[in-house]
Design a protein around this ligand. Structure first.
Ligand code: ATP
Ligand code: FE2
Length: 327
């Protein structure tokens, strides 16, 4: 069975063709980059709308299949930015009506976990999903993916991006902060905020920016910001591992590229007898293949949606989704 998945929760328009054996036949991404500042949802949506037809065509060509060969369409139904979600939902409905083939809306956060499990071989991990738009610690328990911890304010990738932007580094912020952090020598204490199992990054961000304005060394600040926020992420992940007694940790999302974060998680896993898994970078970032694969899992396990039910859910929570394929 062949599925074409459409991702469009934020910056990335992704199209992927995947088969029911878990083979990724193609994946195509078009990333919207604002000229300055953060993301403008309507502009991103306009960009996605102008590219979606060409991206679908390219994904089909690269996969060597025709529109008529597809058996299923899936799209990121949420959580995400409304205007962007509506573009891919509309495209999926149009493709479904045109071909007479079914469609299914997929939860974006769960798709990150499922493509990670597929590509790394992790079976039942605690997942740390860290990106510009999300920060969640997720694990499967009692039929659902539960959120063990999450940010109470901004996502960790956004924290790094805003710091980098205000400090004059060129985007994307995360890699710039990582590069400078390697040259940092002094740890400057920043607020370390873990509340129960949840996290907060606006405190360390504000303080790091204040010290930047006071003329503190930028390399030391990047180093200190990373050490602080990654330690907090590692702590919450470790507590989820301890609580669930799982032996695998899956790191995904754009921030998963960061080598210092990986190092901290490696160390934590080693101490707990667990293993760390990280998918290849193009599948840590938002991509269409993850939506295609999760759509297949849902469809093959009986999830059905009529075209008129295939709507977007901007605030769709990870733990609201039934997961029949893991029963
Ligand atoms: P989502 O919709 O899942 O929230 P996104 O739009 O933020 O995704 P991604 O490509 O998953 O897109 O993640 C981008 C984020 O990853 C940015 O915040 C970027 O700064 C961060 N990032 C990328 N590389 C690194 C790195 N080496 N270190 C830290 N952060 C990084
Ligand atoms: Fe994502």
């Amino acid at each position: 069975m062949l599925c074409l998945g459409l991702e469009g929760t934020a910056h990335t328009l992704g199209v992927g063709v995947v088969d029911s054996e878990g083979r990724i036949l193609s994946h195509v991404s078009r990333v919207y980059r604002p000229e300055k500042g953060g993301i403008h949802p309507r502009e991103a949506a306009r960009s996605h709308a102008s590219q979606v037809k060409a991206a679908v065509k390219e994904a089909l060509e690269r996969a060597g299949v025709d529109l008529r060969d597809l058996d299923l369409f899936s799209f990121s139904a949420g959580p995400g930015l409304g205007p962007c979600l509506r573009v891919v939902a509309t495209a999926a409905r149009a493709l479904s009506v045109l071909t007479g083939k079914p469609l299914v809306g997929v939860n974006h956060c769960i798709a990150h976990v499922e493509i990670g499990r597929l590509l790394t071989g992790a079976v039942d991990p605690v997942t740390l999903y860290v990106s510009g738009g999300n920060t969640q610690v997720i694990a499967f328990e009692e039929g659902r993916y539960r959120v063990f911890g999450e940010t109470l304010d901004i996502p960790v990738g956004n924290c790094l991006d805003v710091f980098a932007r205000e400090a004059g580094l060129s985007p994307p912020g995360g890699p710039g902060v990582e590069r400078l952090a390697r040259q940092g020598r002094r740890y400057l204490a920043l607020p370390y905020v873990v509340k129960g199992m949840d996290l907060s990054f606006s405190g360390p961000l504000t303080e790091a920016l204040r010290r930047h304005r006071e003329g503190e060394d930028l390399r030391d600040l990047c180093f200190s910001l990373q050490e602080t926020v990654f330690a907090a992420l590692t702590e919450v992940t470790e507590r989820a591992v301890a609580h669930t007694e799982k032996k695998e940790v899956l790191l995904t999302g754009g921030v998963a590229s960061n080598l210092r974060l990986r190092e901290m998680l490696e160390e934590m896993c080693r101490a707990r007898g667990a293993s760390l898994f990280v998918p290849p970078p193009e599948f840590c970032a938002d991509n269409g293949a993850m939506i295609g694969w999760t759509g297949l899992l849902a469809h093959l396990h009986g999830v059905r949606q009529r075209v008129e039910e295939a709507v977007v859910r901007q605030r769709w929570r990870t733990d609201e989704v039934d997961i029949p394929w893991r029963r």
